[in-house]
Design a protein around this ligand. Structure first.
Ligand SMILES: Nc1ncnc2c1ncn2[C@@H]1O[C@H](COP(=O)(O)OP(=O)(O)OP(=O)(O)O)[C@@H](O)[C@H]1O
Length: 599
């Protein structure tokens, strides 16, 4: 294991855990130890298992320098599998082996047993939901509702209409689509239609949830915004709906890391559970969710399967949507899961060139992406083919980024000085620099210093050294604070108040909430933020700064998620190699959920 540790393939903790597990089972074959360490490593990097047949080609390293993986002493695969098969106290072999051992080998996939169980159980639960008898519905009322809730120019068989119809008819529905494809609109329709179906009886108990507090707050806000325009008796019910985090819904207990109040033995009381931003839900959280939903309830998963996935193991939404994403227009076939997945593929929100670029990234064709960057269909996309390292002396070609940062900074500062929190928050949301990393030469932290310098040079009286709570400072909440209802990722601005006092203003449901800065705990400055943190938010203008090609997190999903954070104007800074590197490198998480669901 030493060579693999020194090459940056294995971390010290992987080696340590592998040694402990092997010692308990009295296994001492070095090839077995290496395999166990790789299985321990897998979930740390988002994989559900390690595929021993491909790991020698696919492993990524964590060191700064490129490593020649082929020079490492990889065991020959057949002998490796045999060695694992000869450890009956450590490794269960095959899906049918009944023992509970620390590891499980299925074909060439080596799992930590816990993840194997999780994956298997989720597949069974989801297949169960998908196959369950459809609901009895009042079809005339449903048709009438779908008609009333349609946009004037929306076809009667649009994907949004199909998605809402599916969710009313079935016990399991997946609504998949990129930004602005009408997912939230569809959720609003589903809630309204389900209320209409129950008009004479007990109104359905509906839970709306999202993986983060910020995403939950955003879902709730947009449903409340859409409600007044909907032609339905259920308008009040929509206005009264609240969204919560998945952890809260499931009854997270601070005394226990993974146990929730609701589970298979104590299900959620809800008739309908709708989850937004499902791409951010990990395998284990999905496991806790599907086991807690009553078998006779409806489960509706909403999200964008092309976005970055949770940092924990699994890529559940992508696996559930599976092949349905490749032929969104295909008519339903007999497979129950195929019928449950509806892909929304018409963008209603942003500029054509941004949507075009996002589609090219999704298709994985680097030449098409570069062509759309070099000659976009309209001026909403701009590409600066530069290496995006932060430095004391930014390249003059970065002027568009600087100008946008200064324009937004000026608007934030003017509004903050004038004591106008709403205008300051609106200006803050108008522009953001997005990076792949937090630290290091391409990180959000050095870029923050660069932007602060630009603002100091351009704005009269702007001085970030004037004290921690200087007027106009853009704030980022870095931990959930349930008592203030501020969530990790929320942003705010320091606003001038009376008598030299300042407040920190944050937006909630279109209103500005102001707090004394002394009440805030985990806060950062946010001239730049990581693409991961920006997930679930959009900005009028976003500048996406790509790292070098040796960055292990430069992937297709990262670029797609960054690009789709811009609603009107997008600037991409990165070399041709970085763009190619990103597009040609899908995050490819090792997971067998897709096969378990679809094959
Ligand atoms: N069929 C449609 N025709 C015209 N406009 C629509 C249609 N569906 C939705 N819209 C509008 O497009 C915008 C995006 O819709 P919506 O917020 O539902 O998308 P979304 O997929 O939830 O976006 P996000 O990824 O930001 O959550 C909204 O302003 C909405 O009013």
């Amino acid at each position: 294991m030493r060579a693999f540790n020194e090459a940056g393939v294995l971390a010290a903790a992987d080696v340590h855990v592998a040694r402990r597990l092997a010692a308990l089972a009295a296994a001492d074959d070095p090839d077995v130890l290496l395999a166990v360490a790789l299985a321990v490593r897998a979930p740390r990097l988002g994989h559900v298992f390690v595929d021993l047949a491909t790991i020698a080609r696919r492993a990524t390293t964590e060191g700064e320098e490129a490593v020649d993986l082929s020079a490492l002493p990889w065991p020959a695969v057949p002998a490796w599998l045999d060695a694992l098969g000869a450890c009956p106290a450590l490794v269960a072999v095959g899906e049918d082996a009944g023992e509970r051992l620390p590891l499980r080998l299925v074909g060439t996939h080596l799992y930590l047993d816990r993840y194997w169980r999780e994956e298997q159980r989720i597949a069974a639960d989801l297949r169960g939901f998908a196959a369950r008898e459809p609901e009895l519905v009042n079809a005339a009322l449903l048709d009438d509702g779908l008609d009333r809730l349609r946009w004037p120019d929306e076809p009667a068989d649009s994907a949004q209409v199909r998605a809402a119809r599916t969710a009313v008819h079935r016990r399991f529905t997946v609504v998949a689509g990129g930004p602005g494809t009408g997912k939230t609109t569809t959720v609003a329709r589903i809630v309204a239609l389900l209320h209409e179906q129950a008009a004479d009886g007990r109104p359905p108990l509906i839970a709306l949830a999202a993986p983060t507090g910020k995403a939950a707050a955003r879902l709730e806000e947009s449903l409340h915004e859409q409600a007044p325009d909907l032609d339905t008796e259920a308008r009040d019910a929509l206005l009264a709906t609240c969204a919560t985090t998945l952890h809260r819904l499931l009854g997270w207990r601070p005394d226990s890391h993974s146990r929730f109040r609701h589970h298979r033995g104590n299900r959620l009381p809800h008739d309908v559970v709708i989850v937004d931003e499902t791409s951010m839900v990990s395998l284990s959280l999905m496991g806790r969710l599907v086991e807690a939903v009553r078998p006779d309830a409806r489960l509706i998963l909403v999200g964008d399967p092309d976005q970055l996935t949770s940092v924990e193991a699994g890529a559940v939404l992508g696996d559930v949507v599976g092949p349905a994403a490749e032929d969104p227009g295909a008519p339903p076939v007999d497979g129950a899961l195929r019928d449950a997945v509806v892909v929304l593929d018409t963008t209603h929100r942003f500029g054509g060139a941004i949507a075009d670029l996002a589609a090219a990234i999704r298709s994985g064709d680097p030449d098409a992406v570069l062509a759309r960057l070099a000659e976009p269909a309209d001026p909403s996309v701009r590409w600066i083919p530069l290496d995006a390292q932060a430095g004391p002396d930014p390249d003059p070609l970065l002027a568009p980024v600087r100008d946008a940062a200064v324009a937004a900074g000026r608007a934030v500062l003017d509004a903050a000085r004038a004591g106008d929190p709403r205008a300051a928050l609106a200006a803050l949301g108008s522009f953001r620099v997005l990076t792949a990393h937090r630290r290091g030469p391409y990180g959000a932290t050095p870029w923050m210093w660069t932007i602060e310098r630009w603002l100091t040079d351009a704005l009269d009286g702007f001085d970030p050294r004037a004290g921690e709570w200087y007027v106009g400072r853009p704030l980022l909440v870095t931990e959930n604070d349930h008592s203030l209802r501020l969530y990790n990722g929320d942003t705010g601005v320091v606003i001038a108040g009376a008598q030299d006092r300042v407040t920190a203003a944050f937006e909630r449901r279109g209103e500005a909430l102001e707090f004394s800065p002394t009440r805030l705990s985990a806060i950062d400055t946010v001239y730049a933020m990581t693409i991961h943190k920006a997930q679930g938010s959009q900005f009028d203008t976003a500048a996406v700064l790509l790292p070098g090609t040796d960055s292990p997190i430069l992937t297709r999903e990262l670029l797609y998620t960054g690009v789709t954070r811009a609603s009107q104007q997008l600037v991409v800074v990165g070399t041709e190699e970085a763009v190619r590197g990103a597009v040609s490198r899908p995050a490819a998480r090792a997971s067998a959920l897709r096969e378990r669901l679809w094959d």
